[in-house]
Design a protein around this ligand. Sequence first.
Ligand code: SAM
Length: 272
Amino acid sequence: MNADMRSKRKALGQHFLHDQNIVRKMIAVAQIQPGETVVEIGPGRGVLTRALSEMGSTVYAIELDHRLHENLKKQFADSPQVRIIQADALTYPFEGLPTPFAVVANLPYSISTPLLFRLLELRSRVSRMILMLQLEVARRITALPGTKDYSPLSIGAQFYAEPRLEFIVPRGCFRPPPRVDSAVLSLQVCPSSRVVVKDEAFFFRVVRAGFAHRRKSLRNALKDASFPNDAVERALTAASITAENPQRRAETLSIKDFARLADKLFEIPSQI
Ligand code: SAM
């Protein structure tokens, strides 16, 4: 393989699963029903695609790499229930696919977070997701308040879905092996958010501001993010966030605590 191919392979996160046991475990978690529509992102050499089609599902497999796309078309030429699509999953119009669909995929690492949020935007169409991604990212997505992995990513994912870390996949299960381990995550997608807030964009602004300086108190982090001092003080008191500990940090707040705080800040007229 020449240097060009190696760098392209790296950019596209081309680490192919060769352990059939992991494929079987992933399919078992996915509980695919015959006739179900499944979207696979990054089918690569088709190992998961084959297993999904054997469960009787209709598979829409979206692969960016032209060479892999051509090979997949040949490989599945006699399988009308497998549709091989050459496209970038980040911009692909999923809205045109039959609904609801499940997403089962071993995601390219470099785009796993934006892809996850793109799929969460489509939540009214997606029944569930079974995703393989970097272990570290899977831990952050499933992290609970008060732990070191709890972050805006945890809150963003848990706002719209119930994520669960199903099992860890050691790097040796791939060819070539990546530098880190992976994990399979299942996400039961909720059609509406799991927590109701007055304004979702504002809620996420408060979350991001709270975590922007992890070593600062929540109070100071919000003030640094140019929420007016007076509004921050009034909202923290009204939402009973800092009654016991004025130095409380963002990582100790549950999603419901953030929702209460964001709603109070949102109500205070001078806040923008
Ligand atoms: N599913 C295969 C497996 O488990 O062996 C391959 C997984 S590999 C980690 C990721 C795959 O995603 C590669 O085939 C890569 O070419 C493809 N890919 C990378 N970026 C993509 C994108 N933006 N849209 C669609 N596919 C992409």
